[in-house]
Design a binder for this molecule. Structure first.
Ligand code: NDP
Length: 610
């Protein structure tokens, strides 16, 4: 990229004129949604099993570690060695629990940062709030948005700091988990023939861990090379996460998908591939990244407690709650600034219609995003195709200074499918609107399973009391207390957003959940109880609360203006979705609710049995 386009990319977008036709914009948003709705909804994707199972092989280890099957007993077994598992391990250690085992499919800690090593991978929420346990480890990320390698190494540092390596089982997958009432233990089986008894289990599988493929007709026929972005094939591309994909110099490469992952890797592919074809169904909003190295003076001046304070400041702003200052000050928090400005203007004019103000602020933001495309992309026809027409947060917002200018390169071609997706895959290429694009390699940047059955995503079933599985129990909708515990599954803890909370900064949610889980496990051990389980009435009441509160801010994502995607079950919210929703009062209220529940001290709604 030339110096001038780099300057344009990292400059804040021009403040756009607010003189636009809101009705026309609303109609355009609805039209963009309608043309993307597919009757098959989430069924359009292909599961990575059978012929596609190799898409989830681990390319980052050269051999499987040999070890004998294990048969032992632990206090707490954690499934998953990503941030969730590490944070749970840390908080359990803080609560004095020593006997912990972590089972992890990958060859090391890191979770999503173990798997996602594609070129350009970088956290897109500020690293000073995204990385957990920074004060505990005394670590400050080197950049405002740290790269995947640094985050992976930091994950390993958490493992060392909390002494979690010794009893971690890597390259191991749980295959089944069942509760044995006679001994009050969970029995965990693995693909390495282990049989582990655990007093407590904590599920830290991650929300986006199972890659998915598009069910494009002909996907089975393609004879060229393929891989999914979460298992990057550096043997094929050459280079490393910093780029220099030199083996692509004589290759025609296709990328399917233009979500947050593609936005980060496309600039690197564009630099080296002989030809790059980017197949787009729905454009992402691409805002300024503006990454910068950490200022050591700023870091030195941080006072104890800064990390939580910063996380809460960000969470307040992205939840629409004005804060005295915007500590993070980036594209995530910018929308609230626009809302506040609009709010002040409306108040001065004596007209405070909050939903309208929010909608208009959202139009302002998206107008800015669209004018940024014009500013960065030379060909006006290509620029038009790259403009997103939906409300911010319908599709995950992205932030990048190199993605849009990549389309100014002669070897980079945007193949816009007008919302329809790729029509067909042949033995040699991809077909859109009757034109075949022959390629040597297809890279699937098509994301991860969301909204499919728990056992399908986790890879194992959890059988609770009387052999009833979580899948059976939740077949007509989820049922839990705080999203964390479910009756019939004693001593079992879940970590996810469902019936818990939605946050843009997922590790913040994990921090609150793991603190809560460690508190309950600590109490169970301290009180000499064998089991802790949700009381029937408490679970019923929580489900009612979830339904009463509705989808809250998340509701907008299912609205008539939102294009389909994984945020809204591909545009098909069904009555059951309401039971899977995060707490509609928002994450701030939910975190307070958990904290108040803990400080009240009676462990309300839980039954402890000795
Ligand atoms: P996404 O699910 O966000 O994107 C998948 C893409 O594939 C979409 O653009 C989708 O289009 C497209 N697609 C699906 N089927 C077809 C088809 N048949 N033809 C053409 N295109 C198709 O996956 P990502 O891996 O990009 O991101 C997943 C999530 O991971 C993000 O939302 C974010 O939460 C997280 N992430 C976080 C990062 C970070 O830095 N913290 C970085 C990267 C990802 P459509 O939109 O029309 O469905």
């Amino acid at each position: 990229m030339s110096a001038s386009s780099q300057d344009r990319a990292s400059a804040p977008p021009e403040s756009h004129s607010t003189d636009f036709d809101a009705n026309a914009m609303r109609e355009r948003y609805v039209a963009e949604r309608e043309k993307r709705l597919r009757p098959e909804g989430n069924e359009q994707y292909v599961e990575v099993t059978g012929q596609f199972a190799h898409y989830v092989d681990d390319p980052y280890v050269d051999h499987e570690t040999q070890r004998d099957p294990l048969s032992d007993e632990v206090d707490v077994l954690i499934v998953g060695g990503g941030f969730g598992g590490l944070q749970a391990g840390a908080r359990l250690r803080d609560a004095g629990v020593r006997d912990i085992r972590i089972i992890e499919k990958g060859g090391d800690f890191g979770g999503t940062w173990y798997w996602n090593r594609y070129p350009g991978a970088q956290c897109d929420v500020e690293s000073y709030i995204y990385l957990p346990l920074l004060e505990e480890l005394g670590y400050i990320p080197t950049e405002k948005y740290a790269c995947a390698k640094e985050i992976l190494e930091y994950s390993q540092a958490i493992g060392r700091h909390y002494d979690l390596y010794d009893r971690a089982l890597f390259q191991t997958e749980v295959t089944h988990m069942r509760w044995d009432d006679a001994i009050s233990r969970w029995i965990i089986s693995t693909n390495r023939d282990d049989e582990i008894r655990a007093r407590f289990v904590a599920m830290a599988n991650g929300p986006l861990n199972r890659p998915k493929l598009p069910g494009i007709p002909g996907i089975r026929d393609y004879k060229g090379h393929t891989f999914h972005t979460s298992r990057w094939d550096y043997d094929y591309t050459g280079g490393d996460p910093e780029g220099n994909l030199h083996r692509l110099a004589d290759k025609r490469v296709a990328v399917i998908g233009t979500g947050a992952t593609a936005i980060q890797c496309v600039p690197f592919l564009g630099q080296t591939a002989e030809q790059l074809f980017v197949f787009q169904r729905t454009p992402s909003s691409v805002d300024v990244r503006g990454n910068s190295p950490t200022d050591p003076q700023w870091a030195d001046a941080l006072e104890p407690g800064w990390h939580k304070q910063r996380m809460e400041n960000f969470n307040g702003l992205v939840s629409g709650v004005p804060q005295p200052e915007d500590l993070v000050d980036d594209g995530w928090t910018d929308l609230i600034g626009k809302m506040v400005t609009r709010f002040k203007d409306a108040t001065a004019a004596g007209n405070v219609d909050v939903p309208k103000i929010m909608e208009m602020a959202n139009f302002d933001k998206m107008n800015e995003i669209r004018s940024r495309v014009d500013a960065l992309v030379d060909d006006p026809l290509v620029a038009e195709k790259l403009k997103p027409y939906y409300q911010m947060f319908c599709k995950r917002p992205t932030f990048n200074d190199d993605y849009l200018p990549a389309f100014n390169r002669k070897n980079v071609h945007l193949i816009d499918t007008d919302g329809k997706g790729v029509d067909r895959i042949t033995e040699t290429g991809l077909v859109v609107a009757g034109v075949e694009y022959e390629v040597d390699c297809i890279i699937f940047a098509t994301g991860f399973e969301v909204g499919t059955a728990y056992a399908r995503r986790a890879g194992y079933e959890i059988a609770g009391r009387n052999g009833i599985t979580l899948g059976d129990k939740w077949s007509e909708g989820m049922s839990s207390l705080h999203g964390i515990q479910s009756r019939g599954f004693p001593n079992c803890f879940l970590m996810h957003m469902n019936q818990a909370a939605f946050t843009a900064n997922f590790p913040h949610l994990l921090e609150e959940l793991t603190t809560h889980i460690a508190h309950i496990i600590g109490q169970t051990i301290e009180s000499g109880s064998k089991t802790v389980e949700v009381a029937e009435a408490a679970e019923k009441a929580w489900v009612e609360t979830i339904l009463e509160k509705g989808l809250g801010a998340m509701g907008a994502l299912g609205s008539n203006e939102c294009t389909p995607g994984y945020y809204n079950n591909e545009g098909q919210p069904n009555p059951e979705s309401a039971r899977w929703a995060p707490y509609g009062g928002g994450s701030i209220e939910f975190f307070e609710l958990l904290a108040n529940w803990r400080s009240e001290g009676s462990f309300a709604g839980l039954e402890f049995k000795k």
